[in-house]
Design a protein around this ligand. Sequence first.
Ligand SMILES: Nc1nc2c(c(=O)[nH]1)N[C@H]1C(S)=C(S)[C@@H](COP(=O)(O)OP(=O)(O)OC[C@H]3O[C@@H](n4cnc5c(N)ncnc54)[C@H](O)[C@@H]3O)O[C@H]1N2
Ligand code: MOO
Length: 427
Amino acid sequence: MKPGRADRVWSVDEHLADILGKIRPLEPIALQLLDAQGCVLTEDVTAPAALPPFDNSSMDGYAVRIADVEGASEEFPAVLAVVGDVAAGSGELPAVGPGEAARIMTGAPLPPGAEAVVPVEWTDGGLGGGPATTMAGSGTAEVRVHRSVDARAHVRARGSDVTAGELVLPAGTLLGPAQIGLLAAIGRGTVSVRPRPRVVVVSTGSELVPPGESLAHGQIHDSNSFMLTACARAAGALAYRVGAVDDDPATLRAALEDQLVRADAVVTSGGVSVGAYDVVKEALSGLPAEEGRVDFRRLAMQPGKPQGFGRIGPDRTPLFALPGNPVSSYVSFELFVRPALRALMGLEPADRTTVRAVCPEGVASSPKGRRQYLRGRHDPATGEVTLVGGSGSHLVKALAGADALIVVPEDATSVAPGAELDAILLD
Ligand SMILES: Nc1nc2c(c(=O)[nH]1)N[C@H]1C(S)=C(S)[C@@H](COP(=O)(O)OP(=O)(O)OC[C@H]3O[C@@H](n4cnc5c(N)ncnc54)[C@H](O)[C@@H]3O)O[C@H]1N2
Ligand code: MOO
């Protein structure tokens, strides 16, 4: 491999490194909480106030003074005058004096004078019978308490979760459901995050017809644009599918120009090989410097040998020109586009788990000098991975039945039955 030779074969790792070296994370923007789900925080978030903001009850029951219930039992209950009712959200609180209690609900502020909460099950609920099971007896004048409590029992202290001014989420945090909940709890309506990249997916090929329409002889349904749009969504992006563009470079260039305004990345499929109508290559090779640059290269992999990558347009939007064979497109997305989209979001590019797995049937033949990615099913119970379908890059049914990519190294031309291989686990 001689650096500088335009037609040299690139390794998978070199191609990925070249892509990631040219990707910059997207500029942060302020998003509403739910729009920020799955995004990376770009600010340190501190709590403006304590959480809980006030001492409150963790049980439905009675707010009491502890001296009043000392030694209480079912046989010798403490009889207390009920001076009021405190619901969650109550603003006005009855003061609890000696010999008094206030009915209190979970989450309601502890009224002044009260030192603890007795759960309703430890009282007669104001009904004069045995232990209560609910807070049914509203408006009763007195309550019999059957047990003593320690100071602060069943009280959630102000600031016991978060103190005012505390750093609750540092910049770099990935916002999942629990983090979104915390932000809402401290009163944040918007946060600064790296947004999801907007990915435009364009398929190319005059033979392509949208699903739902009938095929003339020689035509096929455009599956790649759907699959790649779904791949982009699964990677966390906002993806826009553009219908298939004919094998005409001017039409493709015009379509890309139109789409660039809404794209943080562009993915094309097809037209990157050596055929007479390889439209993507024709439209994007040798662009004038002011329009950007896309490099087309051959990779030491199978499927996915022909690839293009570059940056185009005024914002130098990354463009991934993937091969048209459906499995080649899928594998290329998985290996190169998914990490790049994650890098745009400020995430660690690599997120898939790779395991060593026994391949009981082995691999009869693998292309010399190319890293092969075969489709497989991984059984975590046995640690085995079995092949699904053959190596043909048109086999979409096998792809749909796979949950792993089996990696056959560049130097292997076959793999003995029972040997171990890397398996990349898919969603
Ligand atoms: N003489 C050579 N021929 C080919 C070579 C080569 O080195 N020398 N490489 C082969 C490899 S490997 C691949 S991969 C493909 C890549 O070709 P293109 O990227 O130019 O893709 P197309 O020719 O446009 O299509 C290939 C194949 O995939 C089907 N296709 C394309 N788009 C879609 C779509 N949106 N949905 C479903 N199927 C699609 C298309 O009909 C073709 O069958 O080149 C090999 N040839
Ligand atoms: O390398 Mo192509 O991508 O095998 O089918």
